[in-house]
Ligand binder design. Structure first.
Ligand code: ADP
Length: 419
């Protein structure tokens, strides 16, 4: 059907439509022939009836059949730009429409926001000074083929765009002075930032794993060589090796936790979790650690329940991390206080307060970054991985909850989770 000429398709459609009339005409002709009428006269009359039937249906059939709807804009060149512009106005990426001599005929609101307002009809070079973009536009106009380049903007903020120029194809017989070109800007700054974060993360994770691994290898070589017959040294080295292996497995566990959390970050949890027994459970599970570091965890809980929508295991992980940090970095002989607030009409809040050395203000905004530590040595000596608060942040984001950190050097730190 596709490759038949339009007039053939309309004729077929019309014949189908006039089928009853044509059949009646044929029947009358046959009856006339059977009655002994002259065959030439009958044939002539039949032909006349067919032509009349089809002829009369021509103007009426076309709009009804609508085989090839022809949009008005294609006939009227002036409307083409309006048609393109109306579509581009709805896009949230910056787009400009250029004429065949590279003047800007239209720019959408996103382009106005990114590159400022400018007089319509001005040459593209009055708006964009990048030689790369201007060369690309000239080439697209000359060859009528799409092109794209990567473009960096330093001001007002650093941004990276994929800029693409492409001809707008209406039909093949488009006159040269009615050609349009679309220049679009896809902002990939965020994608680049995430790429950089990922590669930093892989580098950091490999580095963190390589350190204990190198230490393990060193001790194995020593036990095989110089300490081959030294039972006492071997025992000591095996103890250190166990510590290093445990550190590696903690790190791998934390990395797996983070990647699992990333996978489900967009799904909000929907269980009802009562924080009162949950905090009691976390306190009990951390009692041995608190004992080791000489700190006491004191819970300040309201009467009754304090329910939030959440994932129980993940919330246990949040409060375990916060209370464990408070014990590890808090001061020996002092208490770690945990307050649960559940006032009517106010958000449920849990605050973990320690009386440790505090965190200097410049570090506070970066604490939830992966592997960020105020002191690497301090964190390592306390069996830290540098991932605890990153995990906390991920879980809280999924729970639509906030983490508020307040710290005063010399006095202590408080971490508040607000649901
Ligand atoms: P780590 O495994 O090193 O404890 P976290 O992500 O849990 O990693 O914490 C990041 C860093 O934040 C820690 O290395 C430490 O420097 C600092 N920090 C976290 N909690 C406290 C706290 N309660 N008091 C002082 N510093 C803290």
């Amino acid at each position: 059907m596709e490759d038949k000429a339009p007039w053939t398709r309309s004729l077929i459609a019309r014949i189908r439509q006039e089928r009853p009339v044509l059949l009646v005409a044929l029947l009358i002709a046959l009856i006339a022939l059977a009655a002994g009428a002259n065959k030439w006269v009958v044939l002539g009359l039949l032909l006349l009836m067919i032509i009349t039937a089809l002829w009369h249906t021509v103007p009426a059939a076309l709009p009804k059949v609508q085989l090839e709807p022809v949009p008005e804009t294609i006939e009227a060149p002036g409307n083409r730009l309006a048609e393109v512009a109306a579509t581009l106005a709805a896009l949230d990426i910056p787009v400009m429409v250029l004429s065949g001599d590279a003047s800007v005929l239209y720019q959408n609101r996103a382009a106005e926001k990114a590159f400022g307002e400018a007089a319509i009809g001005a040459h593209i070079s009055a708006r964009l000074r990048s030689p790369g973009i201007l060369d690309m536009v000239s080439e697209t106009i000359a060859t009528n083929a799409p092109n794209q380049i990567e473009h960096f903007e330093r001001l007002p903020s650093e941004r990276v765009y994929i800029v693409r120029s492409a001809p707008v194809e209406f039909d093949e017989q488009q006159p040269a002075d009615e050609r349009f070109f679309v220049l679009s800007f896809r902002d990939i700054s965020e994608v680049r930032r995430i790429d950089r974060m990922r590669s930093d993360f892989v580098a950091n994770a490999s580095h963190e794993l390589r350190t204990p691994l190198a230490s393990l290898r060193g001790f194995i070589e020593t036990i095989q060589g110089p300490a081959k017959n030294d039972g006492k040294a071997q025992e000591r080295f095996l103890g250190i090796m166990l510590d290093q292996a445990t550190r590696m497995s903690r790190l791998v566990d934390d990395l797996l936790s983070l990647s699992r959390l990333e996978l489900k970050s967009h799904i909000a949890p929907d269980q009802k979790v009562d924080l009162v027994p949950l905090l009691g459970h976390v306190r009990d599970s951390l009692a041995p650690l608190a004992n080791d570091v000489g700190v006491e965890i004191v819970l300040h809980l309201p009467l009754g329940k304090a329910e939030v929508l959440g994932d129980r295991d993940e919330l246990v992980q949040v409060f375990e991390n916060l209370m464990e940090n408070a014990c590890k970095y808090g001061q020996e002989g002092k208490t770690v206080d945990v307050f649960l607030k559940n006032a009517p009409g106010e958000p449920v809040e849990v605050t973990v307060v320690d009386k440790g050395p505090g965190i200097p203000a410049e570090h506070v905004p970066r604490l939830t970054e992966r592997f960020y530590r105020v002191s690497i040595e301090d964190s390592r000596s306390k069996k830290g991985t540098g991932l605890g608060l990153a995990i906390v942040k991920h879980i809280l984001t999924r729970h639509r909850a906030r983490l508020i950190v307040k710290s005063e050097v010399g006095k202590g730190t408080s971490f508040t989770v607000r649901f």
